[in-house]
Ligand binder design. Structure first.
Ligand code: NAD
Length: 260
């Protein structure tokens, strides 16, 4: 479906982003992967994508807190593959703390990575998409773009921001063959979720099992974590021609969480 097209996925060395990269490569897209991690493991992943799916994969180490590096990643992708057709803004981090103790630098970092990086990447990618009259811009928002949880001030604010940015850009690009949507997962079992368990245990004075059952899956009526593959399949659908009328949407994939 995406043969001859190029996808760039921020934060794709792990978790949901890695799932998007593999799913889009499976559809024939060349991919730019991005994110932090062990250099040898990233290179293994990059080469693995090329071999498994018969596409080309490029790795950009751009730091999503640095606007110039983000723009450079977009332009390098265009130069390497000839176009950037699918942009997925996915890099994200979490920090859990009561508001009065929330470290100022953590607020700034989360707003930069989880919200502003999407603005910078979209800003750089849109001219090429407009010129080619085709594009798909997808951002990983969260159930926390629709509802809040205590102790996650920066994350919830950034994700609500992604929902607003998505709607705004969708309106601007509606007549250019470019759709702009966000996907809002509930709890997906990835390193991001695993890492916040110790802080949530401390903030709420709970055991690990209590955090999983009474905090994480308590919010999710299905009582099951969403899978990376399910989220990636939704992104693949949004890239299809059948989804060309879907724009400005915030698509929940949250086991019923935000229905409550
Ligand atoms: P993850 O920790 O597995 O992956 C995060 C990725 O972002 C990694 O590749 C990491 O290297 C990258 N990253 C972090 N900081 C970066 C920076 N400064 N520059 C470049 N890359 C950076 O997390 P995940 O669970 O896969 O989360 C991916 C996205 O999905 C995030 O935006 C997150 O908020 C969102 N999300 C996750 C869940 C969940 O339950 N896991 C639910 C809803 C939304």
């Amino acid at each position: 479906m995406l043969k001859g097209k190029t996808a760039l996925i921020t934060g794709s060395t792990s978790g949901i982003g890695r799932g998007y990269a593999r799913a889009l490569a499976a559809q024939g897209a060349n991919v730019t992967i991005n994110g932090f991690g062990d250099a040898a493991a990233i290179e293994k992943e990059r080469v693995g994508i090329e071999k498994e799916f018969g596409v080309r994969a490029f790795y950009s180490p751009a730091d999503m807190t640095k606007p110039a590096e983000i723009a450079d990643m977009v332009h390098t992708t265009e130069k390497t593959f000839g176009s950037l057709d699918v942009l997925i803004n996915n890099a994200g981090i979490q920090f859990v703390s009561p508001i009065e103790e929330f470290p100022i630098e953590k607020w700034d970092q989360i707003i930069a990575i989880n919200l502003s990086s999407a603005f910078h990447a979209i800003r750089a990618a849109v001219p090429g998409m407009k010129a080619r009259k085709w594009g798909r811009i997808i951002s990983t928002a969260s159930a926390h773009s629709l509802v809040a949880s205590p102790f996650k001030a920066a994350y919830v604010s950034a994700k609500h921001g992604i929902a607003g940015l998505t709607k705004t850009v969708a309106l601007e690009l509606a007549t250019f063959g470019i759709t702009v949507n966000c996907i809002s997962p509930g709890y997906v079992w990835t390193p991001l979720v695993e890492k916040q368990i110790p802080d949530t245990m401390k903030a709420r004075n709970m055991t690990e099992e209590q955090v999983k059952r009474d905090v994480l899956l308590a919010a999710q009526p299905t009582k099951e974590f969403v899978t990376v593959e399910e989220v990636a399949a939704l992104a693949v659908y949004l890239c299809s021609d059948s989804a060309k009328a879907i724009t400005g949407a915030n698509l929940s994939i949250d086991g019923g969480w935000t229905a409550e």
